[in-house]
Design a protein around this ligand. Structure first.
Ligand code: KG4
Ligand code: ZN
Length: 348
């Protein structure tokens, strides 16, 4: 079979990430740059600033990657780039670089859906993964459950009414003043929770999250409940143990995630779409959290599903997942691939 090497470009949020991956599962090179200290000082993602970062860093980073593996762009099978969802002004930087490479070097352009790429990287780590599989995708922007039938065919099973698991943990992490200069706030929250005394995770009794829309996630409602609780404790002068609070937040996030996941798996199983031995992958930045992963693993066991784990570096945004999605789309002859002759001057 033909060996493919695909360049993956990721600029949907604050990471400028580039990687070259091959169809025989090698990561030839991978680079990821971000500036969390500055964004932390500014209180979160600042779209203009991250777009500026991609504009300055991306093209030299691509050159450097090609150079380091002694490849020319023309040697690539394709260039793959995240096109949605994400911050459009940030995405545009990656897309415009990819369009230029495609046209100049006459290689196909592959538009990649960022959330799908989070799920598809699982087949890089688990070569025997079979379709259909269940993807629990939990990131800063989205929380959803999908049934994956092919690289191009995702059936959305559960979405979030509002908010996402990552955004909920980020907001509370910042509110607790955790050090987010190195880590994502979610990762800082996980570290704080790990320092808490045993049993801390049960220290919060929060009101149930509204169960409207059946099995949908509602992380915005969970976030409000948790912030409300924090404010109540603050105004009543109660002393707050930050680590303990973090552990409780992590636990409540897990509860919400797992209860809705459980319901959606029951639905899929009743429908006959999944059965014993079907795989479930948990992907996206929040999947780096080992407490949440452990809880999801238990739900999988209950449903006799095979739980697949990913290394944390492939959970948070990375170039490999985009390049690998490109490889899968080439192998599966995806109709989304654009031949270089037909590449438009803009995708937006
Ligand atoms: O997938 P990702 O890198 O970017 C998006 O597509 O949004 O996910 C970033 C999210 C952030 O909300 C971040 O706080 C969260 O993933 N995250 C974590 C952990 N590491 C990253 N949340 C909980 N525990 C972690 N260890
Ligand atoms: Zn992501």
């Amino acid at each position: 079979r033909h060996l493919h090497a695909v360049l993956g470009i990721e600029t949907s949020c604050d990471d400028t990430a580039v990687s070259i991956v091959t169809s025989d599962r090698r990561i030839l090179v991978s680079r990821r740059v971000n500036d969390r200290p500055t964004l932390t000082k500014l209180g979160g993602i600042c779209p203009g600033l991250v777009a500026q970062q991609h504009r300055t860093l991306l093209r030299p980073l691509i050159e450097e990657c090609l150079h380091s593996v002694r490849m020319r762009a023309a040697d690539l099978s394709a260039v793959a780039v995240s096109t949605r969802p994400g911050l459009v002004i940030a995405l545009k930087e990656g897309v415009s670089a990819a369009i230029d490479i495609s046209r100049l070097h006459r290689i196909p352009l592959i538009p990649v859906h960022h959330m799908r790429a989070h799920a598809l990287i699982s087949s890089f780590c688990h070569p025997d993964l079979q379709y259909p599989f269940v993807a629990l995708l939990v990131s800063g922007g989205h929380s959803l459950v999908a049934l994956v039938r092919s690289a191009d065919h995702f059936e959305l099973i559960v979405d979030s009414v509002a908010g996402s698991a990552g955004e909920c943990m980020d907001k509370i992490g910042r509110e607790l003043d955790l050090d987010c200069s190195v880590d994502h706030p979610g990762a800082a929250l996980e570290k704080a929770a790990a320092r808490a005394p045993l049993g801390s995770h049960l220290s919060l009794q929060i009101a149930g999250v509204p169960s409207s829309n059946g099995v949908s996630f509602h992380f915005a409602a969970l976030k409000s409940s948790l912030l409300g609780q924090l404010n109540k404790m603050r105004t009543s002068g109660e002393s707050i143990d930050v680590d303990q609070f973090a552990a409780a937040v992590q636990h409540q996030t897990a509860r919400h995630l797992c209860s809705r996941l459980h319901a959606s798996l029951e639905f899929l199983s009743d429908e006959g779409s999944i059965g014993e031995g079907t795989s479930l992958v948990m992907a996206g930045g929040v999947a780096a959290n080992s407490y949440l992963r452990g809880c999801v693993e238990k739900v999988c066991r209950l449903h006799s599903l095979r739980f697949l784990r990913l290394p944390p570096s492939l959970c948070t945004d990375n170039g490999e997942m985009i390049g690998w999605s490109g490889v899968k789309m080439v192998e599966e002859k995806s109709p989304s691939i654009i031949p270089w002759e037909s590449v438009p001057s803009s995708l937006y």
